[in-house]
Design a binder for this molecule. Structure first.
Ligand SMILES: *Cc1c(COP(=O)(O)O)cnc(C)c1O
Length: 371
């Protein structure tokens, strides 16, 4: 018997739906349409409906979903975009890629999302957009972010890569901003068997521009007339077919994650770790189950020696990334994000996890603090 508990077990999920996935994939192979065919179109409609938006535009990955949207809005050199330093690098990378400047705002220590009370200090005439990230599956303060954006005439792009199916005040995230982006990277709550991403929006003009940008800026009227300088960034039919199967399980899987999180919260009670908080009026879908402790590195080492998978999320806040040295940030500028980067780590969490395994994980945590 192996005594290994991975951080995430993608094979367990595949085993549960193997026949349906194989049937869907075979259907694409037999059908002969491999790029931007009926499966992508159906998935776009289904994910848009799921998100409460009119349009869905499939692209190659979650990073491109962000990049193409900012590009479609004309964001470039001389512009600033406000976002969080506590996220996956891609969120800020796309801003820089377009020649604009990411402006980082510190986070709320409880939810790890943007601290909305600080937004006003960071707005300038150059600010064009704000990207709230629903980090780890917990929605950002969308009312405050959208009110701030409206006041200053900014666009809001929800980075929902980690949060498909999460809810804010009883409504699924994805339709609060001017657009929202999803990633279908295999480890995400709705993950394919390869890369994939999507933008959802109510804006018909944006949808049309994105559909052009993803095929080299092609004119909607003619294949060999280019209206824009674009990209080659498409979601493929195989991924779309598999994702359509998985979308039907998403709510069930998210509920299972929430149940696993509740079990951890209960089992970890009394130990010197901070467990995640579900803020009022939010439905957190636990893309990751993150705990905080002063002894993060030691605890990770201990769990690893016991065959338990963990990971630091995120070890380096983006404003202190080496590549961003020229932005001029110093240690101490965004103290909450910096502190949480020293303390936070993920415990194994996936819908198929069972309580006995969770007890084993927590037993190992307890042992670390006892010794
Ligand atoms: C995963 C992720 C992305 C990027 O998605 P890819 O599909 O890997 O390109 C962007 N933002 C956040 C917050 C993510 O977690």
């Amino acid at each position: 018997m192996t005594n290994h508990t991975p951080l995430l077990d993608l094979k367990a999920q595949y085993r549960e739906i193997r026949e349906e996935i194989q049937k869907a994939v075979m259907g694409v192979l037999e059908g002969g349409r491999y790029i931007l065919g009926p499966e992508v179109k159906s998935l776009e409609e289904e994910v848009a409906a799921y998100s409460g938006t009119r349009y869905g535009i499939g692209v190659a990955n979650g990073t491109d979903a962000l990049l193409l949207t900012l590009d479609a809005w004309g964001i470039g050199p001389g512009d600033e975009v406000i976002t969080t330093p506590f996220t996956f690098f891609a969120t800020a990378e796309v801003i820089s890629k377009l020649g604009a400047r990411p402006v980082f705002v510190d986070i709320d220590p409880e939810t790890c999302n943007l601290d909305v009370s600080l937004l006003e200090n960071h707005v300038s005439e150059k600010t064009k957009a704000v990207i709230p990230v629903h980090i780890f599956g917990q929605p950002a303060n969308l009312d405050e972010v959208t009110a701030f954006a409206e006041k200053h005439g900014l666009r809001v792009l929800e980075d929902a890569a980690q949060a498909i199916g999460a809810e804010y005040k009883g409504r699924r995230i994805g339709s609060f901003g001017d657009a929202a982006t999803y990633s279908f990277f295999p480890t995400k709550n709705l993950g394919g068997y390869g890369d994939g991403g999507m933008v959802v929006t109510d804006d018909a003009q944006l949808a049309e521009t994105l559909k052009s940008l993803r095929v080299h800026g092609r004119s909607p009227h003619s294949k060999y007339h280019n209206a824009l300088i674009g990209y080659n960034s498409r979601l493929d039919e195989l991924q779309a077919a598999a994702l359509r199967v998985k979308l039907q399980y998403l709510d069930r899987w998210n509920e299972a994650r929430r149940e696993r999180a509740r079990v951890y919260n209960r089992l970890l009670e009394g130990l010197p770790v901070t467990t995640p908080v579900e803020a009022e009026d939010r439905k957190h879908i636990y893309h990751l189950y993150i705990i905080q402790t002063e002894e993060r590195d030691g605890l990770m080492e201990h769990l690893k020696s016991r065959g338990i998978g963990t990971a630091a999320y995120y070890p380096v806040p983006l404003h202190l990334q080496e590549v961003y040295r020229d932005l001029g940030y110093r240690e101490g500028d965004l103290p909450v994000a910096e502190e949480i980067c020293r303390r936070s780590m993920a415990l194994p969490l996936y819908p198929e996890l069972d309580e006995a395994t969770q007890m084993r994980v927590v037993e190992a945590v307890k042992q670390f603090f006892d010794s």
